[in-house]
Design a protein around this ligand. Structure first.
Ligand code: ASP
Length: 589
C-alpha cells in the first residue's frame, strides 16, 4: 500500500498513529541531527522528520533526496513543538521509520511553489510541472467542481445531456472554421464546430425539450489576447419558452453555482436594454462594479463658440470621483491613451472641479465658470471630481468614452475587489451593417429571431428598416465580461430564408449549407431558444481573474501553439498522400 492518508489530512487527533504517505519532495533541510522533508501532494503538505540518532542510515538517505523526487514514507504521527499555523497539517509531523524512493526526478526548470520563478514560456513547455503548483491545481479542481455543479443543477431541472459531433459541416458563428480532410471522401473536408448550434436546434425539433452539454468549440480566429482556438461552452437549448423563461433559468444556474462554489448570494440580476447599455456605458457589456455613467452634454456644451463641440453630433462626459488633483502629466497620458488608434478619439477635454468650488478646464477660453458649473451639475460631479469629455459621432464617442471609463477605473484602482455585478443585456439588434463589405452581418448568428413584433417589418421593410430591427437576443455580463449569450430562434422556414437572404446568401447557398435545418423546420419545429456560457471565462471571473488560460489544463499560447507537444506540426508525406492532399512546403521555412 502506498498511502494510508494524503498529505493534507493529518491533525493532532492522529498523533500516535502509524501512517504511510506518498508524494513529491517539496524541500528538504537539515537542522542539527534532524532532516526535515516537506512532502506534497494535491491535498497539501506534511512535514516528515528523519532523526540521525534513531535511524542514522535512514537520515543519510533522506539527506540525498532531491526536489520533486517521488517517495513513500512510513512512520508515526507526532505533535510538532514548532507549529506552523499557516498549514492545515502544521500541528503535526511524521517521524519516519521507512523511506521508499518511488522515483527520482531531474531538478525542475522552475520552482514548484505558489510563486514560481519560471517565465511564461518555460512553464508552458513544462505544463505538467506547472500544473503541480498550488494555484493551478486550485483552478483546475475548481473547474471540475463547477462542471459537476452545473450538471447537477441542470440535471435537476430536467435537462438532457446530449453529445453532438465534432466532425461536421461549417456553422457560421462569425469566425473561421478549422477544417479536417476526409480520407474516405476525396477532396472533401469536415469542419470542427464553432458551436453545436444547429444540432441543438435539431434536438428541439426532435422533442428533447431541454438540452445541455459542456462542450468544446473551435474557432480559427486571429488570436487576440486571452482567446483560445479551442474553448469550452455550457451549451443549452429549451423548447416552448419565452426569452424571460430562459433568462430566469440561467440566472438560477448562475446564482446556484456562485452560492455553491463561492458562498456568494448574487441576488436578482438587473436587465438592461442593449440601447441603454450603449447609451449609458458605451458598451454592450457594462462593468457595473463602479459608477461613472456617460452623460450627454450637448445642451450645455454646444453653441458656446467652441467649434469642435459645435460640429460634433455628441458631446459626452464622465465624472471621475475625487480625481481633480490629477497632474497635467497624468491627464496628458489619458489624452494620449484615447488618441491611440485602438480607441481613435480626436482629443480629450477635462474640467477639474476644484475643492474650493472653482473650475479649471482645458477649454477655459470658451467656457466661463458658470458654463463649466452647468457641465458639472449635469454629470452629477462634486467638488474634487474630474470631468472627462469626448465629442464626435454619437456611437463612436460613446464607445471611446466607455473604454476610457474602464481604463480610468483600472488605472486608479476604483474597482472594488471581490464584488460581482451581473446583468442581462437584452434586445440586441438583429443585424449589423458593415460599411466596408457593404452587407449585413448577423449580430448574434443567423438563427436568431427578430422580436415577434418586428417580424412584419422584417418581411416587408426597406433597407433602413433592417438596420433598426431588434432581436430576442441577450447576453449575460458579469463584471464587464461577457459570460453567456443566446437568443430565441427562428423556427419557420420562410423567415429563416428571409434572414439568409438579408445576410447575402443566395437561395442555393442557403439551401446547400442549411437545407437540413430549414427542412427540419417543416416537420413540426417547436418554438425554441437557448444560450451558451463561456465555461473557461466563467471559471476565471468567479475567481476574480482576468485570464482564462490558467483554468485550462493544456492551453495554447498566444500564437495558437501547444509548445509542450509542439503542435501544430507537419505530417508525413504518406499521410498527406493518403488524404489526397498535395502540399508543397518552401524548404527554407
Ligand atoms: N451558439 C451560440 C454561441 O456560441 C450561443 C447560442 O445562441 O446559444 O454564441
Amino acid at each position: 500500500m502506498f498511502r494510508t492518508h494524503n498529505c493534507g489530512e493529518l491533525r493532532l487527533t492522529d498523533v500516535g498513529k502509524e501512517v504511510s504517505l506518498s508524494g513529491w519532495v517539496q524541500i528538504g533541510r537539515d537542522f542539527g541531527g534532524l532532516t526535515f522533508v516537506d512532502l506534497r501532494d494535491r491535498y497539501g503538505i506534511t512535514q516528515i522528520v528523519f532523526d540521525q540518532d534513531d535511524h542514522a542510515e535512514l537520515a543519510e538517505r533522506a539527506r540525498k533526496l532531491g526536489r520533486e523526487w517521488v517517495i513513500q514514507v512510513n512512520g508515526e504521527v507526532r505533535e510538532r513543538t514548532n507549529k506552523n499555523p499557516n498549514r492545515a497539517t502544521g500541528d503535526v509531523e511524521i517521524v519516519a521509520r521507512e523511506l521508499i524512493i518511488l522515483n527520482r526526478a531531474k531538478t525542475p526548470p522552475f520552482t514548484i511553489e505558489d510563486e514560481s520563478d519560471g517565465g511564461d514560456d518555460l512553464r508552458m513547455q513544462y505544463r505538467y510541472l506547472d500544473l503541480r503548483r498550488g494555484p493551478l491545481q486550485r483552478n483546475i479542481i475548481f473547474r471540475s467542481q463547477l462542471a459537476l455543479a452545473v450538471r447537477a443543477y441542470l440535471g435537476g431541472q430536467n435537462f438532457v445531456e446530449v453529445e453532438t459531433p465534432f466532425l461536421i459541416k461549417s456553422t457560421p458563428e462569425g469566425a473561421r472554421d478549422f477544417v479536417v480532410p476526409s480520407r474516405l471522401n476525396e477532396g472533401q473536408f469536415y469542419a470542427l464546430p464553432q458551436s453545436p448550434q444547429t444540432f441543438k436546434q435539431l434536438l428541439m425539433v426532435a422533442g428533447y425539450d431541454r438540452y445541455f452539454q459542456i462542450v468544446k468549440c473551435f474557432r480559427d480566429e486571429d488570436l487576440r489576447a486571452d482567446r483560445q482556438p479551442e474553448f469550452t461552452q455550457i451549451d443549452c437549448e429549451m423548447a416552448f419558452v419565452t426569452q424571460d423563461e430562459i433568462l430566469d433559468t440561467f440566472e438560477g444556474l448562475t446564482r446556484h453555482v456562485f452560492q455553491e462554489l463561492k458562498g456568494i448570494e448574487l441576488g436578482k440580476f438587473p436587465r438592461m436594454l442593449y440601447d441603454d447599455a450603449m447609451r449609458r456605458y458605451g458598451s454592450d457589456k457594462p462593468d457595473l462594479r463602479f459608477g461613472m455613467e456617460l452623460v450627454e452634454l450637448n445642451d450645455v456644451a454646444q453653441q458656446k463658440g467652441f467649434k469642435v463641440f459645435d460640429d460634433a453630433e455628441l458631446v459626452v462626459g464622465i465624472a471621475v470621483p475625487g480625481k481633480a488633483d490629477l497632474t497635467r502629466k497624468q491627464i496628458d497620458k489619458l489624452t494620449e491613451w484615447v488618441k491611440r488608434p485602438q480607441i481613435g478619439a480626436k482629443g480629450l477635454v477635462y474640467v477639474k472641479c476644484n475643492p474650493d468650488g472653482t473650475f479649471k478646464s482645458s477649454v477655459d477660453k470658451f467656457f466661463d465658470q458658470e458654463a463649466l458649473a452647468a457641465w458639472a451639475e449635469k454629470c452629477g460631479a462634486q467638488a474634487g471630481d474630474l470631468l472627462l469629455v469626448i465629442s464626435g459621432e454619437d456611437e463612436k464617442s460613446r464607445k471611446q468614452l466607455g473604454n476610457l471609463r474602464l481604463h480610468v477605473a483600472e488605472s486608479f484602482d476604483m474597482i472594488p475587489e471581490g464584488s460581482f455585478k451581473p446583468l442581462w443585456v437584452v434586445d440586441f439588434p438583429l443585424l449589423e451593417w458593415d460599411e466596408e463589405s457593404e452587407r449585413f452581418h448577423a449580430m448574434h448568428h443567423p438563427f436568431t429571431s427578430p422580436k415577434r413584433e418586428e417580424v412584419e417589418r422584417m418581411l416587408t421593410g426597406d433597407h433602413e428598416t433592417m438596420k433598426s430591427l431588434k432581436a430576442d437576443a441577450y447576453d449575460l455580463v458579469i463584471n464587464g465580461a461577457e459570460i453567456g449569450g443566446g437568443s430565441i430562434r427562428i423556427y419557420d422556414r420562410a423567415l429563416q430564408e428571409k434572414n439568409f437572404k438579408l445576410l447575402g446568401f443566395t437561395q442555393e447557398e442557403a439551401e446547400e449549407q442549411f437545407g437540413f435545418l430549414m427542412g427540419a423546420f417543416e416537420y413540426g419545429a417547436p418554438p425554441h431558444g437557448g444560450i451558451a456560457f463561456g465555461f473557461d471565462r466563467l471559471c476565471a471571473v468567479m475567481n476574480g481573474q482576468s485570464s482564462i488560460r490558467d483554468f485550462i489544463a493544456f492551453p495554447k499560447n498566444n500564437q495558437g501553439r501547444d509548445v509542450m507537444i509542439d503542435a501544430p506540426a507537419r505530417v508525413d508525406e504518406d499521410q498527406l498522400e493518403e488524404l489526397n492532399l498535395k502540399v508543397t512546403f518552401e524548404e527554407n521555412q
